[in-house]
Ligand binder design. Structure first.
Ligand code: PMP
Length: 409
């Protein structure tokens, strides 16, 4: 497909060989490759526009600040948020989740309160809540997923009582690749006055949405999974909540005035941006999200992604003894993230053999140990696709997987 070839040409990392074989990069849910526009800005800033932001009057600092704030504008647009004050730069989804758990928890959680998480959460949306719950004496309630990897909205409704102070749930699981009914969850939670945090680490890549339409109270994601560099992430939050929450970290740039007796804080979003941020990473979110927008707006690429997903499922289902985990009844809710186990083989052996064939996949617990254990697995193999992957690559992967299974049985 011509469009896909044009897209591929923008990703130099995809042109390389590993072990003398063309790289098939199927680990996109872990991190994506970066287009030339992102690499060029990263290089241009590192080599030329390298000055600390918000602090100095000189030209270089002004230029770096402008690029940093342009990154914020681009994120606001991409998320469909009302204002730039709602867009906070962090170092990644994990940092954003820790920020909310700690700061929201400090302000709003007390002994006997409850936090609802789904069973399909990444460790980054479990452990920060455990830390704060342990500190204040609150309790985590787990919303189960069924064998298909779906949650039940009715079950969720039943769990909501007056003790629940927040719901933290993934937009789409990094293991199951199943999109959760976030809008319904938010509506139900809001009917009881409970805010909802959405972990968008995977959803940001594959779901067409706006935070205004979802009406969620917090949305977090990492830049590196959506074509930007590592070390930059986003916390979107509703202003009325962010304003009530205490700062997470103290330091430069997040203050208004400082005396030894008392410090007053800067307004949003700077209140939550202590210290020198990753200003190059933040600036690079602009070209990264421009690329992501062009993909999101293309009906042709959307259709292509659906076809690739259907093709992958068909090919995997044809392999004897293979189980795909995450099979929503509504196939539209499956993003191209395919975790599976194969009878008589260990996931890490399969991943290692595939690696030697030039195919990069993830294996293991995928930072979602409770979910993997629920399905009685020691681990899983995960192949995750991006719009720059091709049908030919799926064919190489499937042929390699069949060979690996034969070698191991
Ligand atoms: N949540 C989900 C669903 C994820 O997939 C990931 C990354 N695998 C994270 C949170 C954490 O992201 P990061 O490591 O970039 O902070």
């Amino acid at each position: 497909m011509e469009t896909i070839n044009q897209i591929r040409a923008q990703f130099s990392a995809l042109q390389q060989q590993v072990y003398g074989k063309p790289l098939v990069y199927f680990d996109n849910a872990a991190t994506s490759q970066k287009p030339l526009t992102v690499l060029e800005l990263q290089q241009r800033m590192s080599s030329g526009i390298n000055a600390n932001i918000h602090r100095a009057v000189h030209k270089l600092s002004a230029d770096a600040t402008e690029l940093y704030e342009t990154g914020r504008d681009e994120v606001r647009k991409y998320l469909g948020a009302d204002s730039r004050e709602q867009i906070i730069f962090t170092s990644g989804a994990t940092a954003s989740l820790n920020l909310v758990a700690s700061s929201f928890g400090h302000q709003f959680l007390k002994n006997g309160d409850k936090v609802i998480l789904s069973e399909a959460e990444h460790h980054s949306n479990i452990v920060p809540w455990q830390i704060i719950c342990e500190r204040v004496g609150a309790q985590i309630m787990v919303l189960p997923v069924n064998i298909r990897g779906e949650i039940s909205v009715d079950q969720f409704s039943e769990m909501l009582d007056e003790k629940v102070k927040i719901v933290a749930i993934t937009h789409a699981s990094n293991v199951l690749g199943v999109v959760n009914p976030i809008k319904e969850i938010v509506q139900i939670a809001h009917s009881k006055g409970v805010p909802v945090l959405v972990d968008g680490a995977q959803g940001i890549i594959h779901c067409d949405f706006s935070v205004k339409d979802l009406d969620c109270d917090f949305y977090v994601f990492s830049g590196h999974k959506i074509y930007a560099p590592t070390g930059i992430g986003i916390l979107y939050g509703k202003k009325e909540l962010l304003e009530k929450m205490p700062p997470y970290m103290g330091g430069g740039d997040m203050v208004d005035t400082v005396t030894f007796e008392k410090t007053t804080y800067a307004p949003l979003p700077l209140k939550f941006e202590a210290g020198t941020p990753n200003f190059i990473g933040a600036a690079c979110l602009a070209p990264a999200l421009q690329f992501a927008s062009s993909v999101r707006q293309s009906a042709e690429i959307k259709l292509y992604e659906r076809e690739m997903t259907a093709y992958m499922i068909k090919e995997l289902e044809n392999i004897e003894g293979l189980t795909i985990w995450g099979n929503p009844s509504n196939r539209e809710l499956k993003i191209p993230v395919f975790s599976f186990t194969v009878e008589g083989t260990h996931p890490s052996d399969l991943a290692q053999l595939l690696d030697k064939m030039g195919v990069a996949v993830r294996s293991g617990l995928m930072c979602a140990e409770p979910l993997i254990r629920k399905f009685s697995a020691v681990g899983m193999v995960r192949a995750s696709l991006a719009p720059y992957n091709t049908k030919e690559e799926i064919e190489i992967f499937i042929a390699g997987l069949k060979r690996a299974i034969k070698m191991l049985r």
